[in-house]
Design a protein around this ligand. Structure first.
Ligand SMILES: C[S@@+](CC[C@H](N)C(=O)[O-])C[C@H]1O[C@@H](n2cnc3c(N)ncnc32)[C@H](O)[C@@H]1O
Length: 247
């Protein structure tokens, strides 16, 4: 059954179609544009074939257990919504963001309308996110969890900076939390289930230093290793970080 975005009374209408945002131009070299195009083609193909919903990730189960009292979850790079829909079923308001139109279409097709709960899936590049969009303007003061799983390593470093610039603007509630899970450098040569596509293996320490010194986040919890993100025959080496703004 195809369901439409639902909304709470405090949040402006989520349109029937994937939410469109104002474009903000990002500086990009020809090489990074090419990488972006290839990555986008990969994800469109990947989610274009999607027919079945997947169970939530291990990280989603961990985060949902730890932060059950955060009413709003913003899932950045939500993919097929396996985690955002799980958060929504648990009763959280959810905003999912992804550049892949087929992924966002799939999320919308799987959404279950429930009362006045917000579920909105936004189809855009994270470099185009604008705080003055009604959806985010209404979210900025609410107590929320910014969730991003297997996304940082799927984008180039300049995009990562754009993402954290946006998160800093969005996190205006003192109880806001950011939850990240990403592949580390140690994962680079491990066998993978999916065919080759753009991945940027991240050094957790370098990211931590950047988040603390450039974006003024405080790291509350950090763990890395195997067994945290099993997927078929694959056991990725990942890092999890739980952060809040240091203010
Ligand atoms: C590895 S998938 C992760 C999906 C999901 N979070 C999960 O854990 O299953 C990465 C996702 O990031 C999205 N993506 C890549 N670059 C993006 C960008 N610049 N802006 C928004 N989404 C992007 C892709 O379309 C894809 O759905």
């Amino acid at each position: 059954m195809k369901t439409q975005p639902t909304r709470s009374s405090t949040v402006p209408s989520a349109p029937r179609d994937p939410v469109q945002l104002n474009l903000r131009t990002a500086p990009m070299s020809a090489i990074s544009e090419d990488l972006e195009d290839q990555a986008q083609a990969y994800w469109e193909g990947f989610y274009g074939k999607q027919r079945l919903q997947s169970p939530p990730s291990q990280f989603a189960a961990f985060v949902a257990t730890e932060f059950k009292h955060h009413p709003l979850f913003v899932d950045i790079g939500c993919g097929n919504g396996r985690d955002s829909l799980f958060f929504s079923y648990l009763g959280h308001d959810v905003i999912g963001i992804d550049k892949s139109a087929s992924a966002v279409d799939f999320c919308n097709s799987q959404m279950i309308s429930s009362g006045d709960k917000l579920s909105a899936f936004v189809n855009c590049d994270i470099g185009e996110l604008e705080l003055n969009h009604p959806l985010f303007n209404a979210a900025k003061d609410r107590k929320k969890l910014i969730y991003s799983r297997f996304f940082l390593h799927a984008i180039q470093e300049y995009k990562e900076d754009e993402l954290f610039e946006f998160i800093v603007q969005l996190c205006q509630n003192s109880e806001d939390i950011v939850a990240l899970e990403f592949r580390t450098q140690e994962d680079e040569h491990n066998p993978k289930e999916a065919k080759a596509h753009f991945r940027r293996y991240i050094a957790p320490r370098d990211l931590q230093i950047k988040l603390e010194n450039k974006f003024m986040f405080k790291v509350h919890y950090q763990v890395q290793g195997y067994g945290l993100a099993k997927f078929g025959s694959e056991d990725a080496h990942v890092c999890r970080m739980i952060l809040s703004r240091n203010n």
